[in-house]
Design a protein around this ligand. Structure first.
Ligand SMILES: Cc1cc2nc3c(=O)[nH]c(=O)nc-3n(C[C@H](O)[C@H](O)[C@H](O)COP(=O)(O)OP(=O)(O)OC[C@H]3O[C@@H](n4cnc5c(N)ncnc54)[C@H](O)[C@@H]3O)c2cc1C
Length: 332
């Protein structure tokens, strides 16, 4: 048995101070559905847990003003059941209802969902068996040339091909969300695409956070296009499983012509992936399934597959094309 210190914080500022006082080896814990799992697997071994599960005001969801605001401590289940979000931003609701199970969503927070670690087989099952640059920097990557069916095909590097696991961050990426954080130097806001780092040569540094910074919330600029949106997810098992391929699509249409498209991909990349090529190809087009598929394929032109995950290129494109047609079929 390993002993550890435990502090329950009452405010975000108190949590940041407790993290700093702990002097290294500390971790924030919220719903615990990912961190406790990793502690049991021996992947995370914190010396100090800072419990942020009941911070004052941390579960606030606010739809007034020009931005939607989701406190980092809001439960996935509560946000999934929010009637106004469901009506005006189905892409957000669906990214939550298709993530994990009801029991997990009752525990897990939207902030923790952003920060969950990859499900890469070699990352999770490998301590003492397989090398993993994310787990042990510089040790190598057993997934490259190994069982790579679940691995990423976009945004990979010679050091890491692990998929970014969350569904919610993909929907947030399509909506140009920003992550609100607090550290010892005060608050700051990080655009969502910058929040998630590409693996490059340092896959163990996954987020653009300084040590001790806490996520306090997520803000999403409001858009009329939100109603014409969807999160479409393909997985091995419909009841609950991580994405093999997914797409978040937000469309602005004039009749059958696409005025603008905001698109992000999940299950195929090392971070939530903005599909700019598809966005550009769709703009101004009268929409047909054929055109949606051509645009979707353009976003996979730079994909690079290993031995067993080449199927994700076509699956990803077809998933995106279907998502575009689902979103287009919704009324604004
Ligand atoms: C069987 C199973 C199936 C799942 N399927 C899916 C799925 O299909 N799709 C999906 O998206 N997810 C899935 N998940 C993952 C689940 O959604 C995450 O475990 C959950 O969202 C994490 O939230 P949490 O509050 O429990 O985080 P915790 O476990 O408490 O924390 C996770 C990480 O985030 C850090 N952290 C948490 N909150 C903050 C904060 N405010 N600021 C800074 N750091 C923070 C912690 O230090 C830790 O490193 C699944 C999980 C399981 C166990």
């Amino acid at each position: 048995m390993r002993s550890l210190n435990y502090t329950r914080a009452r405010t975000a500022a108190e949590a940041v101070q407790a993290f700093t006082n702990a002097g290294g080896g500390a971790r924030y814990i919220s719903g615990g559905t990912n961190l406790y799992d990793l502690m049991k697997l021996g992947i995370e071994q914190p010396a100090h847990l800072i419990d942020i599960g009941s911070l004052e005001g941390a579960s606030r969801v606010d739809t007034r003003g020009d931005y939607l605001f989701f406190g980092a401590g809001a439960l996935m289940a509560d946000v999934a059941e929010h009637a106004e979000i469901r009506r005006d931003y189905p892409v957000l609701t669906e990214s939550l209802t298709k993530a994990a199970s009801q029991q997990l969503r009752n525990m897990a927070t939207v902030g923790g969902n952003l920060m969950q670690r990859t499900r890469c087989l070699y990352f999770r099952n490998g301590p003492g068996i397989y090398p993993c640059n994310k787990r042990e920097p510089g040790s190598g990557c057993a997934a490259i040339g190994g069982l790579d069916r679940g691995q990423a095909i976009l945004g990979t590097s010679p050091a890491c091909t692990a998929v970014s696991p969350g569904d919610w961050p993909v929907a947030l990426t399509a909506l140009d969300a920003a992550v609100e954080v607090l550290g010892m130097n005060g608050p700051r806001t990080i655009p969502i695409l910058e929040f998630f780092r590409l693996p490059e040569s340092a896959p163990h540094i996954e987020f653009a956070l300084s040590p001790g910074e806490i996520v306090t919330g997520i803000s999403v600029p409001k858009t009329q296009a939100g109603r014409r949106s969807t999160y479409h997810k393909v997985r091995d098992r419909e009841s609950f499983a991580f994405a093999l391929a997914s797409a978040a699509v937000v469309l602005s249409m004039d009749g059958d012509r696409v005025e603008s498209a905001h698109i992000a991909l999940g299950g195929v990349a090392t971070r939530p992936w903005r599909a700019r090529e598809a966005e550009v190809q769709l703009k101004g087009q009268s929409l047909t399934h054929e055109r949606a598929l051509a645009a979707a394929r353009a976003s996979f032109a730079g994909a690079s597959a290993g031995q067993h995950n080449g199927f994700k290129i076509e699956l990803g494109a077809r998933t995106l094309a279907d998502a575009i047609m689902i979103a287009a079929g919704r009324s604004a």
